[in-house]
Design a protein around this ligand. Sequence first.
Ligand code: GLU
Length: 504
Amino acid sequence: MSVVTRIAPSPTGDPHVGTAYIGLFNYVFTRKHGGKFILRIEDTDRERYSAESEARIFAALTWLGLTPDESPDQGGDNGPYRQSERLDIYKQHAYELVDKGTLYPCFCSEERLAEMRAEQKRRKQPLGYDGRCRNLAPDEAKARLDAGEPHALRLKAPLTGETNFKDELRGLVRFANADIRDGVMLKSDGYPTYHLANVIDDHLMGVTHVMRAEEWITSTPIHILLYEGFGWEIPHFAHLPLLRNPDENKTKISKRKLNTSLDAYREQGIVAEALLNFLGNMGWSMPDGREFFGIEDMTEQFDLSRISLGGPVFDLKKLRFFNARYIRELLSLEDVAERAEPFLKSAGLTWDDEDYLLDVIDILTPRVETLAEFAEHDYFFREDFGYDAKARKNLAAGQKYLEDLEREFARLDSFDEDSVDDMLRDYVQSQSVGMGKVLQPLRAALTGVSNSPGINELVSVLGRERVLRRIGRALTAITAGLPDDKPSAEENSANKGDKSSEAA
Ligand code: GLU
C-alpha cells in the first residue's frame, strides 16, 4: 500500500504552529514511506474564512519547506483541494447516505431548535438534537424532501453499543454510541460540516493515514460511522499529542498564553530549520537521544512507535536556544548572512560591501539568538547612531583616552585583531589604569552602546576609516557638551534593559 497523508488546516486567523507541528510529522512519515503528502484547505466555515489567511498558510509551509505533493496551489489528480469547491461532491455523497440509512433529513427550523435548546437548558438536560425528525415515517420524510422543504441532513447515530477505532499510538479507543449525537452533516444551505467533508475527502483523495492532533479524537467515532455507512475502508488513525502551554496545568496551546502564529516566529527571526527541529522534539525522539537533527535525519529515523503521548510543552526559551545553535553553528555564515539581510534592510540599514556584512554577522552570531537581533546592532551600518546614557557617561570620562587613541589608531599599521590588541594593551599599561577605563569610552565612541562584541574584533571589523571617523565624532560631541545632556526619559527606560557592560 502506498502511503497518502494530508494536513487539512482551516484558513482562519494566523497560520498556527500546530499546523507546522502536524505538518512536520505527516511530512516525515510520508517521505519515509515514499508516499504522497496532500494539503487540503478546509474552508467550509464561510464566516471565519479568509483568503489572506489561506495565502499565509501556503507561505508558512513554503518557508518551512513542508512542501505538499498536491495542494490548491499546485493542483494534482485529486482536486479540487479547497472544500468550498467540492460542494456538489459532498451533496451527492450525503444523499447516498440518506438512502443507506446513515443520515436522515431534519426539517426542524432554527426557531424550533432554539426553543429545544432553551428547554433543555431549563431542565438541565444534556444539549443535543432530540430526534424529532429521526422518527418521521419514511413516506412522510420522502414526501417532504420531494416537495423541496428546507432541511439539513443529520447522522443517525446508533442508540446502543459502541463505536471503536484503533489509534496507531493509543490502541483501541472506545466510545459508547449513546454519547454520539445526531449532529448535522449537511446544512440546509448545502454546506457540509467538518465531519462529512473530511471523511469524503480523505476517502476520495486516497488518504491512508490520518495523522492529526489529539483534539480530533472525539470526532473520530462520527467519522467511523460515516465510513461504515459508505462501506469504505477505514484509514489508519494516529492522534498526535497536543502541544501545551508552558504553564502549571500544561493547558492546550493557546494564543492567550503564547504566540501561536508561525508568521510571528518568522518575523522574530526564528529560522525554519530550528523551528522544525524544535517541533521534532515535541513528543518524538531520535533513537540515539540526539536533540539536534535535520528533517532528513528525522525522516530516516522516523517511526510512529517513538512518539510519546505526554503533553509536549512549547517552551520558548528552548526554541530560542535551538535557534541560537542554528545561527551560531549549524548554518553556514553565508547562509546566516543571507537570511539576516531582509531583517537589516527592513530596519533601514545598508552596506556596500558583502565581505563587511559577513564579518559583521560573524562577530555578532555569539551575541544573538534570532535573525532579527542582528538589526539591533545598527551601529555597524550607520554613522549617525546616538549615544545611550551609559555611553555618554563613558565618553565624558574618556576624552583624554580617546584623543590619544585617535593618534594611536592613525599610526597603527595593521588593523588585525592581534595588532589592535597589542596596541591597546601597551597604551593601557602606559596610562597605569584599568582596561575598562580606556575601553569603555572607546566602545561608546564606536557603537553608542555598551553591549557590543569585544573591542578587538569590533575595531578590526570596523576598520581604520570608520574607527577614526567615530572617535572624531565622539570627541566633537564631547566638546559640544553632549555627554552632559540629560538623556530623555525614553532613553533612560530603554537603557534599563542594558546588559551590564562587558569587561573588555
Ligand atoms: N480542519 C481541521 C483543522 O482545522 C482538520 C482536522 C483533521 O485533520 O481532520 O485542523
